[in-house]
Design a protein around this ligand. Structure first.
Ligand SMILES: OC[C@H]1O[C@H](O[C@H]2O[C@H](CO)[C@@H](O)[C@H](O)[C@H]2O)[C@H](O)[C@@H](O)[C@@H]1O
Length: 588
């Protein structure tokens, strides 16, 4: 059975990522890309759905772990009655290969190690054909199924036993053993072995120098640095696409149906990620993502999707995997995401903010990049007043969501500013007129003057945590009485054990059964909104509390269950980490 979500840590190579448990088991890995079918899927089932375990065979009396400095190299230290062993896990970057490297070093006494390599392709469904071969002067274990080939290397290889490859051996103080699993297309030859020391050094050096540029003067600077690096690990280096999370179907409601696939590039999540990276001084990523956007959105602006695959592909149909029992019995397990065909009117606003920040940070507008933005804004001008599914991607009836309308205002506002402040060309008067019209409409229809708060949509008196972004995007100043009233109403209605829910699911607005837990990004937005309102003490107190929820290696999932004190939802989630960075910058 899978561990609690918070007991996992992330390793990755900027192409894909794996989750490593505190028990030494890699329970989630999709190769070679974030959204490829998993070859280790025990996270959503059992070890029979694929995993790679290297851990003490005897009882572990203590286990601690950390990332090596500012890198994504994970070090897990296991203590047993007889000794101590350190497991280093990483995925080397920058070499165009797909390898997982695991190095065991015995630092004290003797430790008996258990090795279990279980490859199952197609998300735990298919047992590959496994054989021992000789390649490049060494014996290797090779697993082949359909288009995939996995090669296990190491100084001591496990043997096949009822669909597993198992071994047990003893390490004594000073012993070191390094294993690797490499993925290639099944019709390719077994590639050369890695030069482990060199690849470990190069990967660590690259990640360390990247994360050293993280701002040192903000509150919770270490967690900010870890968040930024985690966002980098969710960036696909070759294409510039950014995934919302490296997992699918970690439940928002344990045992429920709210299980989604996040291994795609949402324009909203990616744009917000860039906003955080730019705010922290990282500019290159913005340039790369803008190029990604140009390729993904190319064509008729009316065909804009709210999400794409990391390479900009448009097809990600939602499917249920019935062979997987799901994390904690949460079914269905889904791959692909049906929200792809939704109308979400907020998206262009988020994109325009990120591209404006990039411009201000010196990323020059190319002829094509501005032409694309103009075309998208012009298209929005024809459709801005249509109801939509909102940023929460509700599956109930479409509504006139206030947050979506505010973000429509943002899209026109940033378009106006591009002309006014940056000398770009566009129909200034038309955009100004639309901007003012949307603003008037939001103030009239999205505001409940009796209670003094903005509302979730135009036909309700419910509130929604997304309204906290109103001062953050510049729609109204942070100390405007309407913003203060909204902060109070959101806090009163949506606070659950000190954390914010997105909205009240009881109204049925999202068209889903079951409930969910507080959404961490919303609580970080509250920090930023409180800071903008001048309520600094409250903001700091909440920020400290939220930062305490990160797991031992500084990672956050999408939601948090304060009653069970457990993380919920996909993990680690870009939304949570980017909002943490923004909140720290707001306080910094
Ligand atoms: O809650 C229902 C929806 O949940 C997912 O969407 C959430 O995650 C997205 C990616 O981080 C984020 O952009 C969105 O704002 C969140 O609501 C899921 O992907 C949707 O299919 C689902 O309807």
């Amino acid at each position: 059975m899978a561990l609690p979500i918070e007991d996992y840590a992330l390793i990755g190579d900027n192409g894909t990522a794996a989750l490593v448990g505190t028990d030494g088991s890699i329970d989630w890995l999709c190769l070679p890309r974030f959204d490829s079918p998993a070859c280790f899927a025990a996270l959503l089932g059992t070890e029979e759905h694929g995993r790679w375990l290297l851990a003490p065979a005897d009882e572990v009396v203590a286990c601690s772990r950390r990332y090596v400095d500012g890198t994504a190299l994970l070090e897990t230290t296991f203590t047993t009655a007889d000794g101590e062993v350190v497991l280093l896990d990483l995925m080397p970057t920058g070499d165009g290969r797909a390898d997982v490297v695991r190095r065991l070093t015995c630092t004290r006494g003797t430790v008996r190690i258990r090795h279990d390599w279980v490859v199952r392709t197609d998300y735990g469904k298919v047992r590959p054909w496994v054989s021992r071969e000789h390649a490049h002067g060494n014996e290797v274990v090779v697993a082949v199924a359909g288009p995939d080939k996995f090669i296990l290397r190491g100084p001591r290889l496990p043997h096949g036993q009822r669909g597993h490859h198992r071994d047990e051996f003893e390490l004594s103080a000073g012993d070191e053993m390094t294993f690797s699993t490499t993925w290639v297309r099944s019709w390719r030859d077994v590639p050369k072995p890695l030069s482990f020391d060199e690849r470990i050094r190069a990967t660590a050096a690259e990640q360390q120098s990247w994360s050293e540029r993280s701002p040192g003067t903000v509150p919770h600077a270490d967690l900010v640095r870890r968040s930024l690096l985690t966002l980098l690990m969710m960036t696909h280096a070759e294409t510039g696409g950014i995934v919302a999370a490296p997992t699918t179907s970690l439940p928002e409601d344990f045992g429920g149906e709210r299980n989604w696939d996040y291994r795609f590039c949402w324009l909203r999540d990616a744009a917000l990620t860039l906003e955080s990276l730019l705010g922290a001084g990282y500019v290159d990523e913005a340039h790369r993502w803008r190029e990604w956007l140009l390729r993904a959105v190319a064509g008729d602006p009316a065909d804009l999707q709210i999400m794409y695959t990391v390479d900009g592909g448009r097809e990600l149909p939602e499917r249920e995997l019935h062979h997987l029992p799901g994390y904690a019995g949460s079914t269905p397990v889904r791959i692909g995401n049906g929200a792809v065909s939704q109308r979400q009117n907020d998206v262009l606003g988020e994109v325009m903010i990120a591209l404006e920040l990039a411009r201000r940070a010196g990323v020059e507008e190319s002829h094509n990049s501005w032409a694309l933005q103009r075309a998208l804004v012009d298209d929005l001008a024809d459709h801005w007043d249509e109801p939509d599914n909102g940023l929460w991607e509700i599956r109930g009836p479409q509504r006139h969501f206030t947050h979506s309308r505010v973000m429509v205002w943002v899209a026109f506002d940033r378009a106006v500013k591009a002309v006014e402040d940056h000398g770009l060309d566009g129909p200034l008067e038309r955009w100004r007129e639309l901007r003012d019209r949307v603003r008037d409409e939001v103030l009239e229809k999205g505001f409940d003057s009796a209670r003094g708060t903005f509302t979730q949509h135009y036909d309700t008196d419910e509130v929604d945590a997304s309204l906290l972004t109103i001062p953050l995007v510049g729609f109204l100043p942070g100390d405007d009485p309407r913003v203060l009233g909204t902060i109070d109403a959101v806090t009163t209605d949506l606070m659950h054990s000190g954390l914010l829910l997105r909205y009240r699911t009881q109204t049925g607005v999202d068209g889903l059964s079951g409930d969910e837990h507080p959404f961490l990004a919303c609580s970080f937005w509250l920090v930023s909104a409180l800071a903008a309102a001048g309520r600094r003490e409250q903001a700091e107190e909440l920020m400290d509390r939220l930062c305490d929820l990160a797991n031992d290696v500084g990672l956050l999932s999408e939601e948090y269950d304060p009653d069970r004190r457990r993380m919920a939802g996909n993990f680690p989630q870009a939304f949570s980490h980017l909002a943490l960075v923004q909140a720290a910058l707001a306080l910094g």
